[in-house]
Design a protein around this ligand. Structure first.
Ligand SMILES: CSC[C@@H](O)[C@@H](O)C(=O)COP(=O)(O)O
Length: 356
């Protein structure tokens, strides 16, 4: 079974259908933007970084065979299609940030008189293709920074037991993973005694995807239900929690998979450090706090059914927000490829980095 969620060569994009995992490992072709939008919306691909990469590469696949009579028409096509892709899922910011950067590039190339329409298309395609390699490099740096941060909170030679939520691994990214990259790095350093992963109802990213990755990579791991987190912290001496992010606001408030907030509350009660691991492309300095994050609500069916089998009483009302916002005050550190930031200093320190 494969752990590569995205396969791309110029003109051809295939994604591992995450709706079928772990029972079936099947790749589906994404032939253009419409396929990309549907794959993201239906969650055949999911996880904030993977959503952005698949969205942008779906546009690359569509543009490759097309001819444009002017840079203006190419620019219009790029802008319209990217904005459409942003609308597939609202909470994760990575697709929006990627779209803004690529639209800015298209604007720049349109104005540059030394660049013709063919060159403009080539330069645009290269920019989208570069996202795959950059994401893996960023994740490796996140893994290293996060492992160091967790080791720094523990006495020397302590056996590290960590808890993670949702799926943030190879399947949610171009490879290696963010929070799961931190866990992988601890294991590579021979410092990981055990990782616990939550089931992550209702879509079961933990039980289906994270558990699949952990078994595949032979990490010492145990699955727990979402309702077991407090008991787990009391019984198993958890050294740290590490989770991913869909959007981090300027004040450090973090939207992530539903259930993250209650894990952070429980971690605070037990004095367990709670880390968020995310690339800079998940950080939205444009919004002051988590109150401005749109939380996606998903169909009732994800709660009432497991596969084709109904588990909830027919007729019951459901509320199914896919994400929640963990207040910055509950977060010990935000681990990025450029270092670990305290939520309170995030905006100032990241702005200074970006200006460098
Ligand atoms: C590296 S993935 C980070 C987050 O996107 C992840 O924790 C998460 O919440 C994914 O939600 P999903 O609804 O599966 O796309």
């Amino acid at each position: 079974m494969s752990l590569q969620s995205i396969k791309y060569v110029p003109g051809k994009l295939d994604i591992l259908d995450q709706l079928l995992l772990p029972v079936q490992s099947k790749y589906v072709a994404v032939k253009g933007v419409e396929d990309g939008w549907k794959a993201i919306n239906k969650m055949q691909v999911r996880g904030a970084p993977a959503i952005a990469i698949v969205g942008c590469l779906s546009l690359a696949v569509e543009l490759l065979p097309e001819d444009f009579d002017s840079k203006k028409s190419l620019r219009q096509e790029i802008e319209g299609k990217l904005n459409y892709l942003v609308s597939a899922r609202p909470t994760a910011v990575n697709m929006k940030i990627a779209a803004d950067e690529l639209i800015a590039l298209a604007n720049e190339l349109t104005k540059d008189e030394a660049v013709n329409v063919l060159e403009m298309k080539q330069r645009f395609l290269h920019a989208t293709e570069a996202m795959l390699q950059k994401d893996i490099a960023d994740n490796k740096a996140i893994g290293k920074n996060g492992a160091e941060a967790i080791l720094n909170t523990c006495a020397k030679d302590t056996a590290i037991r960590v808890l993670t939520h949702c799926n943030t691994g190879s399947l949610a990214t171009a490879g290696y993973g963010t929070a799961l990259g931190v866990v992988r790095k601890l294991h590579e350093l021979k410092k990981l005694e055990h990782v616990y992963c939550t089931e992550t109802r209702p879509y079961n990213q933990g039980a289906r995807l994270t558990a699949y990755e952990l078994v595949h990579d032979k990490l010492p791991a145990t699955l727990v239900l979402d309702s077991m987190v407090a008991a787990l912290m009391r019984a198993k001496n958890i050294a740290a929690v590490v989770v991913g992010a869909d959007r981090v606001a300027a004040n450090g408030d973090t939207a992530n998979k539903i259930g993250t907030y209650q894990i952070a509350v429980v971690a605070k009660h037990h004095g367990v450090p709670f880390f968020v691991a995310a690339p800079l492309t998940s950080i939205d300095l444009q919004i002051p706090s988590g109150d401005h994050i749109i939380i996606e609500e998903r169909p009732d069916r994800e709660m009432t059914h497991v596969g084709e089998h109904r588990i909830a009483a027919p007729g019951i009302n459901c509320w199914n927000p896919a994400f929640d916002v963990t207040p910055a005050a509950l977060i010990s550190g935000i681990i990025t490829e450029r270092g670990v930031f305290s939520p309170q200093k995030l905006k100032a320190e990241i702005s200074a980095l970006v200006e460098q």
